[in-house]
Design a binder for this molecule. Structure first.
Ligand code: LMR
Length: 400
């Protein structure tokens, strides 16, 4: 009898499993709209010019591979904190923000969850309905009970903000509420500024703990615009957590570069949070790796590279919007009569198509177009070379 004999097989990951199925498909014209990865006009994952320049600079000054501290590279943490909170954020200037470099956005969520579990192990975590599939897994595996609050309005394709507010009003004080800072994953439907203000008022009044997942900064409206929720939470004097990632907006997927930020009530409290966060990191992986953070730090702290990065992020955002517009008009031209305005009003890398798991299976099996069973399609992977085939396939499953 093996020690592992009680382990039953589980289904493949709902997102990463799609990549596995895609890779296994020998069809020459297969198209992967599953995982959230941005590809360019030619269908290739780009190496951004700002990243290439930083890498050349790093390669020109080789260094030995020392350990980083548990919370990562100081220059990186400071630059990322400025990006996420704004250089002159009152919380930042008061020394109330603790930032730690993490292994991507997932690592940031996991470290944040670990710290919150030390602070208050009994509370419930609320995630949006629906949410990124990994949110539930991360918080459950950290030991929390996970429930959902209403979010997506099937009827309008927008946010059911009344339902969301009602669920938050009914939540137990101390509950952790996971929020998507921008480019909601999977729906692409975000709160407006006014809706954020309304939700934040409830969060603060009810003593709930906001945990903002900011994995797509720059891909909705702009780098500054997309941190609205973070700035509004600081204005509301909330104590909260932010997880951010540079997988998408720097194209550094495989380098696992992210950060977790804790906004404490005072600088004294921040010092205690920092010391505890270091133990969480120590127990998980001791300290993060250097290379990806060195790239991001170099770009963010070098004025010309930072300007180039912003320009490249603007370009990605513009290209995604263009693909959304062409996808929608192509479907309309192909005879789809249902309201498709959601394709162009949703923001970020994903479009929540409303297609059923059965229709998504048909897309895969008949047309070799891969999306998630939830109906999510990665529009950031559309390009002039695959758009017509995607339109033909989606129109076919929508109309028959
Ligand atoms: C996605 O939602 O596709 C991305 O965030 C990638 C991932 O790790 O799931």
């Amino acid at each position: 009898m093996s020690v592992f004999s009680s382990l039953l097989p589980v289904p493949a990951d709902p997102i990463l499993g799609v990549t596995e199925a895609f890779n296994a498909d020998p069809h020459p014209d297969k198209i992967n709209l599953g995982v959230g990865v941005y590809t360019d006009q030619t269908g290739v994952l780009p190496l951004m010019d700002c990243v290439r320049a930083a890498e050349q600079d790093i390669a020109a000054h080789p260094r030995a591979h020392a350990y980083l501290p548990q919370e990562g590279m100081a220059a990186y943490d400071d630059a990322v904190q400025q990006l996420v909170f704004g250089e002159s954020s009152p919380a930042r200037l008061a020394g109330r923000v603790v930032t730690a470099q993490t292994l991507g956005g997932t690592g940031a969520l996991r470290v944040g969850a670990g710290l919150l579990r030390l602070a208050n192990p009994q509370v419930t975590v609320l995630i949006s309905s629906p949410s990124w599939e990994n949110h539930r897994l991360i918080f459950e595996r950290t030991g929390f009970a996970v429930e959902e609050y209403r979010y997506y309005d099937q009827g309008t394709g927008g946010v059911d903000v009344d339902g969301m507010v009602a669920d938050l009003e009914a939540a137990d004080p101390g509950s952790i509420v996971v929020l998507h800072g921008c480019c909601h994953n999977p729906t692409g439907s975000d709160l407006t500024a006014e809706q954020w203000d309304r939700v934040i008022e409830v969060l603060v009044r009810r003593g709930l703990v906001p945990f903002v997942d900011l994995a797509y900064q720059g891909l909705s409206q702009g780098l500054v615009e997309d941190r609205y929720a973070v700035e509004a939470l600081v204005r509301a004097d909330a104590c909260f957590v932010v997880a951010n990632s540079f997988s998408k907006n720097f194209g550094l997927y495989g380098e696992r570069v992210g950060a977790v930020h804790f906004v404490a009530a005072s600088s004294d409290e921040a010092a205690r949070v920092r010391s505890q966060a270091k133990t969480v990191i120590r127990s998980l992986y001791s300290s993060p790796s250097t290379y990806g953070a060195a790239i991001v730090a170099r770009v963010l702290t070098t004025a010309e590279l930072a300007a180039l990065w912003e320009q490249e992020v603007d370009g990605m955002r513009g290209r995604i919007k263009q693909m959304r517009a062409e996808f929608r008009s192509g479907l309309e031209a192909a005879g789809v009569t249902q309201d498709l305005s959601y394709i162009t009003t949703q923001a970020g890398m994903f479009s929540y198509s409303g297609l059923s798991p059965r229709q998504m299976m048909r897309l895969r099996e008949q047309f070799h177009v891969y999306g998630l069973d939830s109906g999510r399609l990665c529009v950031a992977a559309l390009n002039p070379g695959n758009l017509d085939r995607v339109i033909e396939a989606v129109a076919a499953v929508m109309t028959s």
